[in-house]
Design a protein around this ligand. Structure first.
Ligand SMILES: CSC[C@@H](O)[C@@H](O)C(=O)COP(=O)(O)O
Ligand SMILES: [Zn+2]
Length: 202
């Protein structure tokens, strides 16, 4: 199977997020849609900051089947869930940033709400700092099939992605650039929210 045309752009983004410290110690996984039925996802256990094209494995979106027999990301089921829910999704990025990990534990509710930040406009469809933006938080699970099922059954809108408690952030975009911008925007907002919470407690 031939690599999709935007794979190089995704690889550049993987290198960028590795440099930002968003994928420490092989954490995180990234994928790109090839067509309606297939996507390419990072191989399990690789350093995501130094991925090459051979490190991507094609997986069927319907059932996570990897035709090559190689082992795709352990979290493939969360990527394919987003591709099934959002036919316009072309890129999924999952990162283990410190901010996403800490904030998802600090916030005990099942939703992180962000409001009052100009940078909310980096998120898909957002046009004003006045609107409240909600990002669902799901309790983590080592059983990815069960986790994907729980996320699907929650019925939450996942336009900006979701947080896994104590684990990280998964986000997506209609293009690689959009996914990357949204990831960077969310990271900025998480950092602001964490700092604000800490200062308000003093
Ligand atoms: C570095 S441990 C983290 C993993 O368990 C997992 O959460 C992760 O994001 C990377 O898994 P991978 O199978 O390499 O895609
Ligand atoms: Zn992970």
């Amino acid at each position: 199977m031939k690599h999709p045309t935007h794979l190089d752009e995704l690889i550049n983004t993987c290198h960028w997020l590795g440099q930002r410290g968003f994928a420490p110690a092989t954490g995180g996984n990234m994928s790109i849609r090839a067509d309606a039925d297939w996507c390419w996802i990072s191989a399990s256990g690789k350093d995501k900051g130094s991925l090459e094209s051979d490190d991507f494995i094609s997986v069927r979106i319907a059932d996570n089947h990897a035709s090559s027999g190689r082992t795709p990301s352990a979290e493939t089921g969360l990527h394919t869930l987003l591709y099934r829910l959002y036919p316009q999704a072309s890129t999924v990025l999952h990162v283990h940033s410190v901010n996403a990990t800490v904030l998802s534990r600090l916030e005990r509710r099942d939703t992180l709400t962000l409001q009052g930040y100009e940078m909310q406009k980096t998120l898909q469809g957002q046009t004003s700092h006045l609107d409240a933006v909600s990002l669902p938080i799901y309790d983590n699970d080592q059983d990815i099939d069960a986790l994907a099922k729980r996320i699907a059954q929650s019925g939450n809108a996942l336009h900006y992605g979701f947080l896994l408690r104590g684990h990280g952030l998964t986000t997506w975009g209609e293009t690689v650039a959009q996914a990357r911008r949204q990831l960077e925007g969310l990271e900025f907002l998480f950092e602001c929210d964490l700092r604000l919470r800490a200062l308000e407690k003093q």
